[in-house]
Design a protein around this ligand. Structure first.
Ligand code: GDP
Length: 301
């Protein structure tokens, strides 16, 4: 059994590779819920939905958001009647978000996700990091902003000065799924706003210390493959490189996977983490994803 810590872009790519090689019933995915919010009356749990859609084989890989080949009739109609949406939500995607919103009136998020993943035919367990809601405040040179405000409304452009989020209680099964895993994989996700919130939950670091933990660097060279990780790491005083990510995770990491382009850092990172694997981590196609998955899973396969 393996347990994967995930955000909503980098790690889902790796999950696609892993599910080609392993029985999906032996996979648990622990998912960031920091950015969960309500838009157009429905609950948007962006990373959770992306992970579920990835495992169900229906994710829109162009955006890593929403369902492939979705239609946008409701979105377009809302625009026509002067009720524009902040997020462009597809029709099928909206149906799942409506179900989530309705189920949340009766059940905690972890139960809702379990009901939904089964409805989508997903055999892996998907566990939100918490049943409580968590909020992030991004302090920028243009004032304090919520995550979607910063990313969507301001297109990630303002200078980031600080990032703060509240801590939350672990969802049922979160700690156990780390402690009981043969291997824990921290995927290439944003270390500040995707992995950081999961790690900040009480009991997670202790559980990680007891398990064999591998992480993949989301930073290649001095830039993230996508998204605002560089701005966020810089704002919190972390070096924007795989070395900086290694330093953030070093207290619980047994193995760190860095890209071939970062080979020069191998010896330096070995001073922090006992096993350093150098390979191609830039997942452009299913072949890349499976190769990376194979080098991480190793003896588990
Ligand atoms: P978010 O929830 O959309 O922010 O997505 P994540 O946190 O899961 O992923 C964002 C991070 O994934 C960014 O820091 C990217 O650099 C990283 N990432 C995306 N694709 C790849 C890839 O193919 N390889 C690696 N190594 N990192 C990637």
């Amino acid at each position: 059994m393996i347990t994967i810590l995930s955000g909503g872009t980098g790690t889902p790519k790796l999950i696609q590779g892993i599910t080609k090689l392993m029985d999906p019933r032996k996979i648990n995915v622990l998912v960031n819920t920091l950015e969960n919010s309500y838009f157009s009356g429905v609950c948007v749990a962006a990373d959770l939905d992306t992970v579920m859609y990835t495992l169900a084989g229906i994710i829109n890989e162009k955006t890593w958001y929403g369902i492939a080949d979705d239609t946008f009739i409701t979105h377009e109609t809302l625009n026509e009647i002067n009720c524009p949406e902040t997020l462009r939500i597809g029709d099928r995607d909206r149906a799942i978000k409506i179900q989530k919103t309705l189920l949340l009136e009766r059940y905690p998020l972890s139960k809702v996700v379990d009901i939904q993943r089964k409805a989508l035919g997903v055999k892996s367990r998907v566990i939100p990091m918490s049943d409580e809601s968590s909020h992030v405040t991004i302090t920028t040179d243009e004032g304090n902003m919520a995550f979607h405000d910063f990313l969507v409304k301001h297109q990630g452009k303002p200078e980031v000065l600080d990032i703060k989020y509240n801590t939350v209680e672990p969802a049922p099964g979160l700690i156990e799924s780390i402690e009981e895993a043969d291997k824990v994989i921290i995927g290439p996700s944003n270390p500040v706003t995707s992995i950081g919130p999961i790690i900040s939950i009480e009991g997670v670091v202790d559980a990680l210390k007891k398990s064999y933990v591998t992480a993949v660097s989301p930073i290649i060279g001095d830039t993230p493959v996508s998204g605002p990780a560089a701005k966020f790491m810089d704002a919190l005083g972390h070096e924007v490189s795989c070395k900086g990510v290694a330093a953030m995770y070093q207290e619980f990491l047994d193995e760190f996977v860095i890209d071939i382009k970062d080979r020069i850092y191998e010896k330096e990172i070995e001073k922090l983490i006992s096993n350093v694997v150098v390979t191609n981590t830039n997942m452009k196609n299913i072949g890349d994803k499976m190769m990376l998955a194979k080098s991480i899973l190793g003896e588990i396969l």
